[in-house]
Design a protein around this ligand. Sequence first.
Ligand code: HEC
Ligand code: HEC
Ligand code: HEC
Ligand code: HEC
Length: 382
Amino acid sequence: MEIIKDGYPSAQQVRIINTALILIMNTPILLPLRLVSVLVITLSTTICRAQRVPVDAAHTIGAESCRDCHKAIVESWERTKHATSFNTLANSEAAHQIAKFIGMKPDQIATNASCVRCHYTQEKLASAVQTTAAVSCESCHGGAEKWIDIHNSKSLTRSDRISQASALGMNHSASAFATAKACFECHVIDDEQLVNKAGHPALSDGFELLSWYSGEVKHNFLVSTEGKPVKSNGHDSQPIPTARKRMIFLTGKMLHLAHSLCAVGCSNDAPVDKAGKLVRLPNGKPTYAVQHAQTVQRLIKEMRELQSKLGIPEYAQALALVESNPLTTGHGKELATAAMEIKRLAEQFSKSNDGSKFAALDKVLELIRPHEANSTKEVAKR
Ligand code: HEC
Ligand code: HEC
Ligand code: HEC
Ligand code: HEC
């Protein structure tokens, strides 16, 4: 089976592709035909503007630098797959297969930027760049060299700590947007060829921000004491405050939509072969573009439902943007622009809300189960 690549398909091929996609998309979980019929994959060559860049090794200082003050958090992180994959990923047969397809030697997996940008953390030690952890504190919170002494400074007010540390590159957890944006940069894979050619997963199946944060990743340990200048570090994990849960959930949907939309816009491979048959990857899934298009469809549906209950202006604008842009051949640039705008709306939403208005959401949130990696569950059972 051949994936149509390099250049535009003929009009005949586009018709076949459109028909195939309508068939693929027209399943019960997916949506109104009007939208379905415009769900066609961009076949023009587009440069993806939103690829995750690795955290700069010149400005990372490593998780050990956090341990003194955030001991419980570091220990909790050490039990997550983010941390443990340091010892497993590069030795796995699956990783070797992927490396082989893109012409990389297995011993480069932990050092080559194509994998490091999502799988590892590097530090500059004794003037040489070294890989020191898998996904670590700074993968999500940003390289800490410049902000570490500011983010906890007792001589500043809390709001100054937050604004000054953020200006120095910290993704401060005071903002749901700031910390959540990193999740989607990695979990919505931004490299089509890594998926279609090398067999890398296209996305994390079932990734939902609140669920995936609430399980093994969750590390709410700080205890805010009334009247104290700074929060103190507790030994026990605290529940995520309800208003905060709402913000994580709602901000996550918008960010997810932006990243999946961008992924569709950046796709170049046709999802069907020359005979019009849906291309299946060796893992049985459709191509990169189709997997992300299906995610966009699902998110639109979810966001519409939420919007009907909550009336969020940023949701209304994001949905209008998706609907005004045809998800169709040759619109990669428009989709990327729409994705950037939706990301901006997510940031605006996160800044201008604290979650208190969205109590109507709580029934939905009760149904969300914390996501644990299988390996972590096995360890927990022992
Ligand atoms: C010398 C002690 C110290 C070190 C070292 C330290 N922190 Fe902190 N950190 C604090 C204190 C105290 C606060 C609370 C500040 C506040 O309330 O504004 C804090 C707050 C935070 C917050 C924001 C939580 C919130 O909402 O208040 C994050 C995120 C964070 N630290 C991450 C890190 C990371 C990542 C490292 C290592 C790279 C690190 N910290 C190293 C003391 C430290
Ligand atoms: C854009 C971010 C990104 C890049 C770049 C990336 N990965 Fe991944 N990779 C992920 C994420 C996220 C997962 C977890 C997917 C999941 O939830 O199943 C993953 C999972 C994997 C897995 C486990 C897959 C499985 O079958 O369970 C392997 C192996 C892997 N990556 C290897 C690589 C190699 C080798 C490279 C470099 C050539 C690479 N990845 C580049 C984000 C990335
Ligand atoms: C720097 C890239 C990166 C960032 C940022 C990131 N992840 Fe991950 N995450 C990964 C990779 C890669 C894996 C898979 C590791 C492996 O299998 O070796 C993973 C695995 C996980 C897992 C375990 C899933 C399983 O079933 O195995 C959870 C849960 C998770 N991530 C949640 C999150 C959340 C929530 C965020 C944001 C708060 C986040 N991740 C941010 C790269 C990242
Ligand atoms: C996968 C991404 C990810 C990783 C890795 C990560 N964090 Fe976080 N961190 C977050 C998110 C998201 C929040 C905000 C949680 C919320 O809103 O309730 C957070 C919150 C925090 C807080 C505030 C906790 C509280 O009680 O409110 C601190 C402090 C912190 N992180 C420090 C660290 C340190 C230290 C490490 C490394 C040992 C680390 N983080 C690793 C994503 C991450």
